[in-house]
Design a protein around this ligand. Structure first.
Ligand SMILES: O=C(O)C1=C[C@@H](OP(=O)(O)O)[C@@H](O)[C@H](O)C1
Ligand SMILES: C=C(OP(=O)(O)O)C(=O)O
Length: 430
């Protein structure tokens, strides 16, 4: 599907209601399934990735009811899953495949995880290696580097594992497997990655402690069910924060957004470029920091550097940050972000190709790119490459580009934000 976006004729104004956090939605279902008793999840994200997780978890014998408002999940307790009758399809979702591989490694039965062509090309050795060290028998294409992955789990032992790449998915896979082992599991991370799994497990009564990048999990305790409300997704908020910053005379309020510091690097970077972002009504909901975000447009953004420790806290926001960089004055640099090459598409290549088509001078590097911001974009036809974040970043570029921007493969937004184009239509020119 192609979507045509015209420059916003006036500022974005009013309240923007966002879809729920994707990372927390995935975890809410997987962890509730492991609890002893019934959990309720309010404001669950109903998008392609998280619905793939629901289907996989149901295939393990878990009763999940969707009453149109909440999900009710009847946990089967640790060790209570049933062997799935068929292969489990994680579709386009890296989080589903990597976290499920951890859970399934703790189960003493045979299971197979597969996904779409994008997911089958993404690196899985990063989870297969530690899970094999714990004792899981995992096979896959290319020696287990690529899905499909066939898993025979059970009889695991705890490990002390230092993450070779900063990845919350790998950390979570090891911790989920660690719930079903003998002995302690330790995960060490040199750079902090999103910590939703640790927060949720602690809230469920697990013996888990995190300090200075060292996470220790003692197995044995049954997990308590929970009643939670998923906050709005800061990764989805980022598109409107950039849009409201760039389109003159904008003023928007985005209520109830998760602002966990391991996720909110995008706010710090935009502020350093001159964006006017205010966090209001800061509170804690279900163990996660939440705030209402108010954004007022800011002229004359300045270029910036994104590198080092901040990268994992904004990794999914880099495509839309690149649009802000193109609209800023001066050079911006993204470094230390080679992980972008192994997302739903190669996002370094995709961002550089799209921005070039919109008339921006960019230079691609191994682990990032340079953008020479001129404060303007020219509409053109760009491809999403089947990647939701690229599709949405290009939609936002269309709101500020001169003329018309056509986004090919626009349906990719359904992965994390099914209502994105309807929301954008409120603001775009006709
Ligand atoms: O754990 C998660 O929910 C996620 C972790 C990140 O991936 P990595 O763990 O590969 O960095 C992120 O890019 C992805 O969108 C969601
Ligand atoms: C990389 C992403 O997700 P996943 O790894 O779950 O496919 C994303 O949502 O940007």
């Amino acid at each position: 599907m192609d979507v045509t976006v015209r420059r916003a004729p006036k500022g974005l104004r009013g309240t923007i209601t966002l879809p729920a956090d994707k990372s927390i939605s995935h975890r809410s279902v997987m962890l509730a399934a492991l609890a002893q008793g019934k959990s309720r999840v309010k404001n669950f994200l109903r998008a392609r990735d998280t619905l793939a997780t629901v289907r996989c978890v149901r295939a393990l014998g878990v009763n999940i009811m969707d009453n149109g408002e909440d999900l009710i999940i009847e946990g089967r307790g640790l060790g209570g899953f049933l062997q799935p009758e068929d292969i489990l399809d994680c579709e386009n979702s890296g989080t589903t495949m990597r976290l499920m591989s951890g859970t399934l490694s703790a189960c003493s039965f045979f299971s197979v995880l597969t996904g779409d062509s994008s997911l089958r090309s993404r690196p899985m050795a990063r989870v297969v290696e530690p899970l094999r060290l714990m004792g899981a028998r995992i096979d896959g294409r290319d020696g287990g580097r690529l899905a499909p992955l066939a898993i025979r789990g059970g009889n695991l032992k705890g490990i002390d594992y230092t993450l070779p790449v900063p990845s919350a998915q790998v950390k979570s896979a090891v911790l989920l497997a660690g719930l079903g082992v003998e002995g302690e599991t330790v995960v060490r991370e040199k750079v902090p990655s999103r910590d939703h799994t640790e927060r949720m497990l602690a809230g469920m009564g697990a013996e888990i402690f995190a300090e200075n990048g060292v996470i220790r999990l003692q197995p044995g305790r049954e997990l308590e069910p929970f009643d939670m409300s998923v906050p709005a997704d800061i990764s989805s908020a980022a598109f409107w924060i950039v849009a409201a910053t760039l389109v003159p005379e904008s003023e928007v309020l985005i209520p109830g957004v998760g602002v966990n510091p391991t996720r909110s690097g995008v706010l710090r970077v935009l502020a350093s470029m001159g964006a006017r972002i205010e966090l209001q009504n800061q509170r804690v909901v279900g163990g996660e920091p939440v705030a209402d975000i108010r954004v007022v447009s800011a002229g004359n953004l300045i270029g910036t550097t994104v590198a080092g420790e901040i990268v994992p806290s904004l990794i999914d926001e880099i495509p839309v940050l690149a649009v802000a960089m193109a609209m800023a004055r001066g050079e911006s640099v993204v470094r230390d972000a080679s992980e972008l090459r192994v997302k739903e598409t190669d996002r370094i290549l995709a961002v550089c190709t799209c921005l070039r088509r919109l008339g921006v001078e960019v230079e691609e590097t191994e682990d990032g790119f340079y953008v020479r911001g001129q404060g303007r974009l020219t509409g053109a036809k760009v491809d999403s490459y089947g990647d939701h974040r690229i599709a949405m970043a290009m939609g936002i570029a269309g709101l500020v580009a001169e003329g018309e921007t056509i986004v090919k493969g626009a349906e990719a937004v359904n992965i994390s934000y099914p209502g994105f184009w309807a929301e954008l239509a409120r603001f775009a020119g006709r």
